[in-house]
Design a protein around this ligand. Sequence first.
Ligand SMILES: Cc1ncc(COP(=O)(O)O)c(C=O)c1O
Length: 393
Amino acid sequence: MFSNLPSPQQDPILSLSLAYRQDQRDKKIDLGIGVYRNSDGVTPVMDSIQKAEQIVLNDQETKAYVGMAGDEEFNAAALNLVLPDSGITERAISVQTPGASGGLRMLAELISFSSPGATIWLSNPSYVNHQPVMEAAGLKVKHYRYFEANSKQVDVNAMLDDLSKAGAKDVVLLHGCCHNPTGADLTHEAWKQVTLLAQKNGFLPFIDIAYQGFGDGLAQDAFGVQHMAANLPELLVTSSCSKNFGLYRERTGSAIVVADQKNHAMNARGKLLQMARSTYTMPPAHGASIVKTVLLDKELKSSWMTELEQMRLRLVSLRQQLCSELATKTNSEDFEFIKQHKGMFSVLGFSAEQMIRLREEFAVYGVNDGRINIAGLMEQDLTYVATAIAAVR
Ligand SMILES: Cc1ncc(COP(=O)(O)O)c(C=O)c1O
């Protein structure tokens, strides 16, 4: 049965982590894998999450099955976090998924079922798992221009130019905020322009929002989702609780469908549940119980928001400090773009060779596509990392 299987391909980011762990040098810096780290280099369990988890443990009476859609109170709270407008939520549904990864796959399958072989447009570049997930669900993948190598910002005109070729049967995947890997986000104006194009050409936007609260703030980061939902008949969204609740391994996320009318959204929900039934049947409960406990309790929600804001401000401050170190080391403003990028990642614009040099000569581990995780920086390493970047630029 299995003798004809090809040997597995290495995941570039996971093999980078392995190489980092095996590196024997005293000074080594991991800017590879996409997890938030605090100033001690730890991916913390947030205080509000610990408190909520204790409440969940104290109050739980059973571990009986929940249901294919997961926890409905979580679903309502998670929907409210990205789409607080009750006018829109009336024609929307949300089901709990195993992380946003599960949401991506479920929604891709929904597209595939509704429109077999449809084309989905991904930004160039995009999150490393987008293309495999979309193709695994049977979708055709095309790319639209996004990141402009010189300015290290979004080339909105090129993006709109490419998306003008996306037709009524196409889907366009967008990052809600904190674009992975580049860190370059759409401005409000650009969101409005893409929305106008979707109205004109009829393509369906699909927003992946995995870092809400890490960019400009919890409410601000949902601007794109909210603007599109308010101005378009249909929208797909997947949201993640991995980063902003620090619940990575608890696999907690949502698949959201906004439709032109409630009964169409309910039909989409029915299909999603049928697909859940034939794959994992129902999502894991623990992470969703924690998120629900946080979001439904005024005090816990407020402490969670404070902690999240502190994480966001740490990222902003690290970006500023790295920029000023780089300005000193290079005697230039070449790296100012790092300050304008949002969230955990920035693409430096380095080639794979330069990234390998960073690794081999300085034990600074970033991804070969030039992505570094700003949250992997510790304050005491900023000068060292800036020296390394300046040396290989
Ligand atoms: C853009 C993007 N989407 C989705 C995910 C998957 O998140 P989750 O852990 O919720 O599956 C990630 C994780 O890195 C991501 O960066």
